[in-house]
Each structure stands twice: as structure tokens, then as C-alpha cells.
Design a protein around this ligand. Structure first.
Ligand SMILES: NC(=O)c1ccc[n+]([C@@H]2O[C@H](COP(=O)([O-])OP(=O)(O)OC[C@H]3O[C@@H](n4cnc5c(N)ncnc54)[C@H](O)[C@@H]3O)[C@@H](O)[C@H]2O)c1
Length: 447
């Protein structure tokens, strides 16, 4: 059994050391002054991942010059939480005009990303967008056109690529441990806490998040694209709303605080006991009417909670993927079959019996030899991936991309398009070809 904690630690240190041989300021534009950051969408992810922690860790090289949100209360709260002195805006164009940022961080609801990505590219900014890059094929195309028109490129932040076990699997596959890859099974389980949270929020309506096939599965599809080193070619899917949503419960309401069924509902959540959620959302409801403790059985929910997708890569590798949003525990199982053996991983995030302190990857040679690798998660958000991604974005943008973790609009589109194609397939009952959705033609080997 091989524990990779120490080896990975050495590799990660190596990356940072390599980066530090360059000037820490030898980043975007090779300027000596601080990067001038603006953020649009000052909600949970904006403040947590791209706000407070960036101010704490990178203030020697970055400064916030503007924050924008359609909710005036939330953006004022963000400024206070982030302890920054910059102006706040509800008008994005005004922020660009007045604050004159050079870097834009896009952390709004998914279906609006394209709007700010395009405006940022047009203004000549370094644009950093949260996943999913966007939620529809037309919006992908509009982003490609803006990139062509302006010569600028968006960065899409797939933090999952930076998790140690994802990186380890990528390396094992590239080292030929299982030979040529021939097929993949990936099953993702969201539990009745995390899974339900998507149905409480804007994510429960496809107009905002494009369904979990886009909002959530973009992580999984991007990781598969990354591991397979190929692009998806055609997709078939089934999807249904079997557990959440109005039709699946005799009791439902608008949101938990005023619900008459509090005592009988397994999903009753007393948001008033969560100070952070009260400060960030409830205190600013009066501005936009957004109810953060929405009922998981409310009538507006129109996404799927049960999804099965079968798709094939341009290099011929077929994938069986499923996503379940009401599991008693959370994690994923992946099995990758190759000409020399098989890779299995059962990555546990929440278990009734407790989560082990390591994540195990097993390589079984076709003729019986078994190698087990334990990867220890790192500290920091999302298994240590968030801080590593931020180091790459802000401090060491020019460090070698040894594990090919940087992603742009093509990667952003190729992961979202699997979900978009799956949605279309569910609606039509037909196989959907990725090449029919946008001007991108899938490559057998990623560029
Ligand atoms: N990579 C990850 O692991 C990860 C984790 C969480 C969220 N995210 C992504 O981050 C983004 C934000 O998610 P969140 O959880 O912070 O949601 P949130 O609801 O907490 O915040 C979204 C914010 O965007 C604002 N907004 C919406 N439309 C806007 C517009 N047109 N102009 C200006 N502001 C607008 C809302 O008022 C809200 O404050 C999403 O795209 C989500 O997919 C990524």
C-alpha cells in the first residue's frame, strides 16, 4: 500500500518553488503594481472563495477596486465581510467604467455568467469565471465569439482538477498504469443534506442553473474530460424528478420559516439558527425576494434529481454516468477499464459510519496484481483544491502547468455541453451530437 501524502506534498511544494523562481509579480501583464480586482456576484462563493480568503492571502499582490451585485444589501455586506475599502455597485457597467479593474471575477448565478464574461472580455480584462462557464449552447457560442472578436480569453475555475485524488488519477492514467482506456463508469451520490440544498436554492430552477446536469455535473464531466484527455462526441440521457418537487410530497410550502408543516417535514431547516445564512441572505431578502430556505417540494422546482447519462468520447471511450440527489450518504464511485487493468476509486464525502481520513485508489492488473494508493485530502476548501487553484490564479500564473489543470472556454464548454446535450436528450428521447450544439468540433485528443 502506497501513501501518497508525502510524495504529493513534495510535488506541490515543487510547483510553488518553481513558480517562486519567477517574480511573484511576473504574472498577468508582467506588471509590478497590484492586480486590480473586481467581482460580480457577492454571494457565498464570491465572498468565501474569491473574497475574504483572497484579501487575507494575496493582499501583497491584489486589491479589490469594485464589488457588484444586483442585491444592494448583499454587496454592502460583502464589502464589510471582506474588510475592503472599494466602492460597491449594483450597476455592472458603471463599476467597469469607474473602478477600472484589470481582473474580473464572475460569481453570479450560472445562467448570467456569459453576460459578464463577454463584457469583461470586451473591456480587455482578465476574466475569471466560476463553473459552470454557462448553461446553454447559445451562450457558449456567444463567449467564443467574444473571445475571437477581442483576442482575450476567459479562465474557467475547475477547482476539482486541483484535488489531490483527481490529480493522482490523472497521473496514473497518463503513466499507462491501466494501459489504453476503454470504458468508464462514474456514479455520483449527493446526500439528503447537500443534495437537498440545491433544491432549496436558485439551483432548483433550470432557468438559473441549467439543471444539476449542468450546475453540478459540470465538475464531473470536466474531470472525466480531463482524465480521458478527449472531448465528448455524443450523448444519451434519462432524467426525472422523483423525490423533490411538488408532485413528490403531500406537504409543501414556499419556504421553511413560515411553513405550517415544520414538525412533520424531514427537510425543515431553521435558517434562523444559521447566523451566516441570515446575514448573507435573509437580511437582504427585502431587495430581491430570494428565499434561501426555499421548500424542497415547492412548485417552481423543475430540475431532475435522478439522472443517467451515457456518452462517448471522440476517442471512442464510452461513459456510464449517474447522479442521484437524495442518497443517504455522499461520494462517488469511479471505475476505469483499460487494456492492462482497471482503476477503482470510492471517494467518500459523508457516510453514516464516518469518512476515512484518506481516499483510496485501487489499480488491479488484468492478471491479478493489486496496487492500493491512499491519498490524504489537504486542508482548505474542497479537499485542498481551492487554495491551490487560487495560488495558480493569483500568485503563480506563469508557473508550469504540469498537471494541465488550467482551463479556458473550450474546457468550460465541453463539460457544460455534455449536460446541455443530456437535457436535450431527456426532452427528445434522442442521441445528441455535441458537434450539432456549437461551432466546436470534438477532438479525439484534447488540444
Ligand atoms: N467551484 C465550486 O466548487 C463552487 C462552489 C459554490 C458555488 N460555485 C459557483 O459560484 C457561483 C455563485 O454561487 P453561490 O453559491 O455564491 O450563489 P449565491 O446565490 O450565494 O450568490 C450569487 C450572487 O449573484 C448575485 N447575482 C445574480 N444575478 C446577478 C446579476 N445579474 N448581476 C449581479 N449579481 C447577480 C446574487 O444576488 C447573489 O448575491 C455559481 O456560478 C456557482 O456555480 C462554485
Amino acid at each position: 500500500m502506497e501513501s501518497l501524502n508525502r510524495r504529493k506534498f513534495i510535488q506541490h511544494t515543487g510547483l510553488l518553488a518553481a513558480g517562486s523562481l519567477l517574480s511573484p509579480l511576473a504574472g498577468y501583464g508582467y506588471r509590478r503594481e497590484k492586480q486590480r480586482l473586481a467581482m460580480v456576484g457577492t454571494g457565498g462563493r464570491g465572498i468565501g472563495m474569491w473574497g475574504t480568503s483572497v484579501v487575507e492571502a494575496y493582499s501583497d499582490i491584489v486589491e479589490f477596486v469594485g464589488l457588484c451585485d444586483i442585491n444592494p444589501g448583499r454587496v454592502a455586506y460583502a464589502k464589510n465581510q471582506m474588510k475592503v475599502a472599494c466602492p460597491v455597485y449594483t450597476d455592472f457597467d458603471k463599476m467597469l467604467r469607474e473602478a477600472k479593474p484589470d481582473t474580473l471575477i464572475v460569481t453570479t448565478t450560472d445562467s448570467t455568467h456569459h453576460e459578464f464574461i463577454i463584457k469583461g472580455l470586451e473591456a480587455g480584462l482578465r476574466v475569471i469565471s466560476e463553473k459552470p462557464m454557462t448553461t446553454d449552447a447559445e451562450k457558449c457560442e456567444a463567449i467564443f465569439e467574444a473571445e475571437k472578436r477581442t483576442g482575450n480569453k476567459v479562465i474557467v475555475t475547475f477547482n476539482m482538477r486541483y484535488t489531490p485524488y483527481v490529480e493522482e488519477i490523472w497521473e496514473l492514467l497518463r503513466n499507462g498504469e491501466i494501459g489504453d482506456i476503454k470504458s468508464v463508469d462514474l456514479n455520483w451520490y449527493l446526500d439528503t443534506s447537500h443534495g437537498a440544498s440545491y433544491f432549496r436554492r436558485w439551483h432548483g430552477e433550470r432557468q438559473f442553473g441549467g439543471t444539476l446536469l449542468v450546475h453540478k455535473a459540470t465538475h464531473h464531466f470536466d474531470t472525466l474530460n480531463y482524465w480521458m484527455d478527449s472531448e465528448p462526441e455524443e450523448v444519451f440521457a434519462y432524467g426525472s424528478l422523483d423525490f423533490y418537487g411538488q408532485k413528490n410530497s403531500p406537504i409543501h410550502h414556499t419556504h421553511c420559516r413560515t411553513c405550517p408543516h415544520k414538525s412533520s417535514c424531514n427537510f425543515y431547516w431553521d435558517i434562523t439558527k444559521d447566523r451566516g445564512a441570515m446575514n448573507l441572505y435573509v437580511d437582504h431578502e427585502k431587495h430581491d425576494g430570494y428565499l434561501r430556505d426555499g421548500c424542497v417540494f415547492r412548485k417552481e422546482i423543475d430540475i431532475y434529481d435522478t439522472m443517467a447519462v451515457q456518452y462517448r468520447y471522440a476517442n471512442g471511450v464510452p461513459v456510464n454516468y449517474s447522479l442521484t440527489a437524495f442518497s443517504p450518504y455522499e461520494g462517488f464511485r469511479v471505475a476505469i477499464n483499460g487494456t492492462k487493468g482497471r482503476l477503482d476509486a470510492w471517494i467518500k464525502s459523508s457516510m453514516p459510519t464516518g469518512v476515512p481520513p484518506y481516499q483510496e485508489i485501487v489499480i488491479t492488473n488484468l492478471f491479478g496484481h493489486v496496487k492500493t494508493i491512499q491519498v490524504i485530502p489537504q486542508s482548505g476548501g474542497h479537499g485542498g483544491s481551492d487554495p491551490r487553484l487560487k495560488d495558480k490564479i493569483f500568485r503563480f500564473p506563469d508557473s508550469p502547468d504540469r498537471f494541465k489543470q488550467s482551463a479556458g472556454s473550450r474546457d468550460g464548454a465541453m463539460s457544460a455541453l455534455i449536460g446541455i446535450a443530456a437535457r436535450q436528450s431527456i426532452e427528445t428521447g434522442k442521441i445528441v451530437k455535441i458537434a450539432d450544439l456549437t461551432s466546436l468540433k470534438p477532438l479525439a485528443k484534447k488540444a
